[in-house]
Write a protein that binds this ligand. Sequence first.
Ligand SMILES: C[S@@+](CC[C@H](N)C(=O)[O-])C[C@H]1O[C@@H](n2cnc3c(N)ncnc32)[C@H](O)[C@@H]1O
Length: 325
Amino acid sequence: MPNRSHHNARHIAMNLLRKRGLKHSSASVAIAASTAPTMHILVVADCLKILRGLPSESIQLAICDPPYNISVASWDDRAHYVEWAGQWLSEVERVLAPSGNLVIFGGLQYQGEGGSGDLVSLIGWMRAHSKMRLANLIIWNYPNGLSAHRFFANRHEEIAWFAKSPKYYFDLDAVRTKLDALRLARYKRDKRLNPDNLDKGINPTNVWRIPRLNGNSRERVGHPTQKPKRLIERLVRALSYPESTVLDCFAGSGVTSRVAIETRRHSISIDTDAMFPAYFRRHLDQIDGGGLLPKDYVLIESDDWSAHPVFRTVPEASGAGALPR
Ligand SMILES: C[S@@+](CC[C@H](N)C(=O)[O-])C[C@H]1O[C@@H](n2cnc3c(N)ncnc32)[C@H](O)[C@@H]1O
């Protein structure tokens, strides 16, 4: 079986650009970073309501870790899952910048309880109703999980990454996996591999082995389905650039805003759960303990959102910068 990437026109074009020392046009969207504080809106609300008030093309990365529809919690059961998801997926596509990316978390394993839809249904909906392109299906493989006796114990979840246009932003260098000295020396003997890239690290591939948070993990802030910071950070670093805005429609614990603060992105995080601000405060305690100062970021806690860059870029938009009622 030949390696298909050797015959892939896009792959060949990217190699040519690299040989000529040029960058893909998508790299031009990343602006020089300043030292101004990053802005963060955290709101307890239905994501659809907030999405409808966001300006078009204002978001670089949308992270959607929606209810799985398998009754793991009170919020996790939807009679018309796909129809409901179609509404926020359409809005997410509208608010994404041309360089923008969307990631949808979900699982493919259900045993009857996910009857009205799961991630497969959402990918099907995207294929039928959206112009976005599936860039990768990322397999999040974790070593820890529940045991099973009537089937193989599940050790993965999926993350579907969709790009808004061919100019989507992707910074592979930001997330390369460093090679240890032994592997580096071995790989460098392989003449097919680019030695400069090997020094930077290798492509982490679309299978990511990252442990789930254990019950007693220090990172835990109380949300039942909190995702590991390392997982969110890889997405944020690869699919957004400093001082762009990351949106999380189903923020849960607020881990995305935490990562945005730590990596100098702006953020908007939304969740219906009244506990959301309390979970997020616990994240903040961990950040502040880690050396970041409160002056490096601003939490926009009032209903006036006009200071957030998403609203500053389109001052003419009607009602821009106000919490939708
Ligand atoms: C799978 S959890 C997200 C966990 C999150 N990614 C984290 O790592 O902490 C799904 C979240 O969606 C929230 N949710 C459910 N329906 C919602 C809606 N219509 N709008 C916003 N949030 C919603 C739930 O309260 C829950 O916290």
